[in-house]
Design a protein. Structure first.
Length: 365
């Protein structure tokens, strides 16, 4: 998600056996009677262009499922970081050039800022199956349910030491400042849009946020713009603990990396939801509607949760990687970040600069 910017136009033609039997089911049950018109128009368009921060590898199963269900509609998938996506989309809208039909971004605040100006109003047939907090004006939709977690080195942090709350993390560091000197990592909030948003949401959920942050940073903090870099450094032991890391990526890495542990804070656990919308100027409007509906559907969300390892925003998918499963695991500590205009508050220049100033003062960065 926050790797070196790159673009990858992906059109997947090989379908795994997972998708056999889906081709004929072009109009899902309970969709509007005239939905076939959208399908037919989408096939004439022939493609949908997606601008996304979701890693191509993670998105591939969803792309495969979509193309299997709607043969003749190809996916051009452009994978880039959140800053590049935002800047490129605005530039293309201003110039009137070709652009993405659908925006799908983990940077919830900047995605909603784009949606306010550029999103098409489209009420998906799937809206009744989504949490109310995940839908803004029938235009922008939260598509995943991804907790922010602590990560730690399993060889160097004992099981009984693993913190379960944000104050407990600060207390652990304070217990041995020499041991944790420059060994704690998180996002650089000036370079990572997701990191900035999560820090703002921390402050909204904890009235003592800056005091706790000061404690976490007491031994010195190492900041990164990349989720992958944080996980790599914690796994290697270069850092011992990271916080506000996206749990979806951490859990995927931990399955294959015994050196990386994942812990969910029980005082509060922020939950991010990747925001998607269709642009008003989408050249492939009908194909974009198919993609949006597929992404939000039970079929698409099953693939997202069980093939892409991105927790589902629904509560009716197979397995427990969805809202219901997470709620059974973490209960009231879960704090989903709503897809609404409150996300835009700290994008105002004066408030943003003031928050960064306070964050820098607390962390010594």
């Amino acid at each position: 998600m926050f790797r070196r910017p790159r673009l990858a136009a992906v059109s997947v033609a090989v379908f795994s056996t997972f998708f056999i039997g889906t081709v004929s089911a072009q109009v899902p049950d309970n969709y509007p009677a005239d939905y076939q018109q959208i399908v037919d128009a989408a096939k004439k368009e022939g493609k949908v262009i997606i601008y996304s921060t979701t890693d191509t590898k993670a998105a591939n199963p969803v792309i495969q499922g979509f193309e299997a269900m709607y043969p003749g509609v190809k996916v051009e998938y452009n994978d880039m970081n959140s800053t590049e996506l935002y800047s490129r989309y605005i530039s293309e809208q201003a110039s009137g050039g070709n652009s993405g039909d659908v925006i799908w971004s983990s940077s919830m605040d900047s995605a909603l800022k784009l949606a306010v100006d550029y999103a098409m109003t489209y009420k998906s047939p799937e809206v009744a199956n989504l949490p109310k907090w995940s839908v803004w004006n029938d235009a922008a939709y939260g598509t995943t349910y991804e907790p922010a977690v602590f990560i730690y080195n399993t060889r160097l942090i004992k099981a009984e030491e693993v913190p379960t709350t944000h104050p407990a993390l600060a207390k652990l560091i304070d217990s041995d400042l020499a041991r944790f000197k420059n060994k704690v990592t998180t996002y650089d909030i000036e370079k990572s849009a997701v990191g900035f948003m999560l820090a703002v949401q921390d402050s909204r959920n904890d009235p003592n946020y800056f005091d706790v942050l000061k404690g976490i940073a007491k031994a010195g903090m190492v900041v990164q713009s990349s989720t992958g870099t944080m996980m790599e450094r914690v796994s290697s032991g270069e850092n011992l603990i990271g916080y506000n890391v996206l749990g979806s990526y951490a859990e995927t890495r931990a399955k294959k990396d015994p050196g990386l542990g994942v812990a969910y804070p029980t005082d509060y656990t922020l939950v991010l939801s990747r925001v998607a919308f269709i642009g008003k100027t989408a050249k492939n409007e009908n194909a974009a509607k198919l993609w949006m509906d597929y992404l939000l559907s039970k079929r698409g969300q099953n693939i997202l949760a069980n093939k892409a390892d991105l927790a589902s925003v629904r509560n009716d998918i197979d397995g427990d990687n969805d809202v219901d499963g997470m709620t059974k695991k973490l209960g009231d500590s879960l704090k989903p970040i709503p897809v609404d205009k409150s996300l835009l508050d700290y994008l105002q220049q004066d408030k943003r600069l003031e928050f960064i100033k306070d964050w820098r003062a607390a962390t010594g960065k």
